[in-house]
Design a protein around this ligand. Structure first.
Ligand SMILES: NC(=O)c1ccc[n+]([C@@H]2O[C@H](COP(=O)([O-])OP(=O)(O)OC[C@H]3O[C@@H](n4cnc5c(N)ncnc54)[C@H](OP(=O)(O)O)[C@@H]3O)[C@@H](O)[C@H]2O)c1
Length: 262
């Protein structure tokens, strides 16, 4: 995909990774349709990016939000959809409530599936189009304390692969990128403390944005950002019992931080 010819609908533009993606994509010459729920943040971001960007306020969990986005994307002749919006939830499964899981599953899995389907006719009509799904390492290494988030991101990975295979005879490619931890507001103080205690590296949103844009430009269909996470994701695919054991050794630390939620 030529970034300077791309017309991109970016969800979650008001967030940490979304903001970095928006800035770098605009610098690379892309035309952007930014979306999020916070009008003030979107307006401020659009002002820093200038005429190459416009914005639209939409809640992805509401059907009218999806409809609004699809109409705006049609008007802008979007040929790239970046499903970046997401929420997380850290806690022990039997201590969390259904509304928290529902929010996580809806925002990270159902919403991108719904938006993708609604935009597909338009994307298929373009000579070249891409869908970029922002997953997570936890989609391949489902983690203790993140049952709903891991399930949603594993679902997003499965959705990406299935749809890619189904669209193989069209002009639309489906790219799935799985970052490890990123320093953004998504992570609560308890998650940051857990990452520190476990020695997990947190990347900057700017470096992850660079990797995602590289994947879009080079049409790299699957990527895991970070090592050793990439190795562990591969290992979980064929010897999950080894990951079970590794996480068993960290369980007391995970439980301790899950119970000190802010
Ligand atoms: N941070 C990490 O450690 C990490 C690691 C791996 C993968 N990721 C993934 O990276 C992506 C970006 O996350 P981030 O770290 O940048 O998080 P963030 O800073 O918390 O931003 C989340 C974004 O999602 C948007 N959003 C949430 N719920 C929404 C809804 N119902 N409708 C519309 N927009 C909604 C928010 O928009 P408003 O604020 O405008 O509502 C915000 O722009 C997510 O898919 C996340 O799962 C993050």
């Amino acid at each position: 995909m030529l970034i300077n010819k791309a017309r991109i609908l970016l969800t979650g533009a008001t967030g940490g990774l979304g903001g970095a993606l928006a800035k770098q994509l605009a610098e690379a010459g892309a035309h952007l349709l930014l979306s999020g729920r916070d009008a003030k943040k979107l307006q401020a971001l659009q002002l820093t990016l200038g005429a190459a960007a416009s914005y639209i306020v939409a809640d992805l969990n509401a059907s009218e939000g999806v409809t609004t986005l699809v109409h705006a994307a049609q008007a802008e002749r979007v040929n790239v959809l970046i499903n970046n919006a997401g929420v997380s939830s850290f806690g022990l499964y039997d201590e969390q409530n259904w509304s928290a899981w529902e929010q996580v599953l809806s925002t990270n899995l159902i919403a991108p599936m719904r938006l993708t389907q609604a935009l597909l006719p338009q994307l298929k009509a373009q000579p070249q189009a891409s869908i970029v799904n922002v997953g997570s390492t936890f989609g391949s290494i489902p983690f203790a304390g993140f049952a709903a988030y891991s399930s949603a991101k594993a679902g997003l990975r499965g959705f990406s692969q299935s749809l890619r295979r189904e669209l193989a005879d069209t002009s639309v490619t489906v790219i799935h990128v799985a970052p490890r931890a990123i320093s953004t507001p998504l992570n609560t103080a308890a998650v940051n403390a857990l990452n520190q205690a476990l020695g997990n590296t947190s990347d900057t949103p700017e470096s992850v944005a660079r990797d995602i844009i590289k994947a879009l430009a080079a049409n790299t269909l699957e990527s895991h950002i970070g090592f050793p996470e990439r190795l562990f994701a591969w290992l979980n695919g064929f010897a999950p019992q080894l990951i079970d054991q590794g996480l068993r050794n960290k369980l007391a630390t995970i439980k301790q931080h899950a119970r000190t939620q802010d």
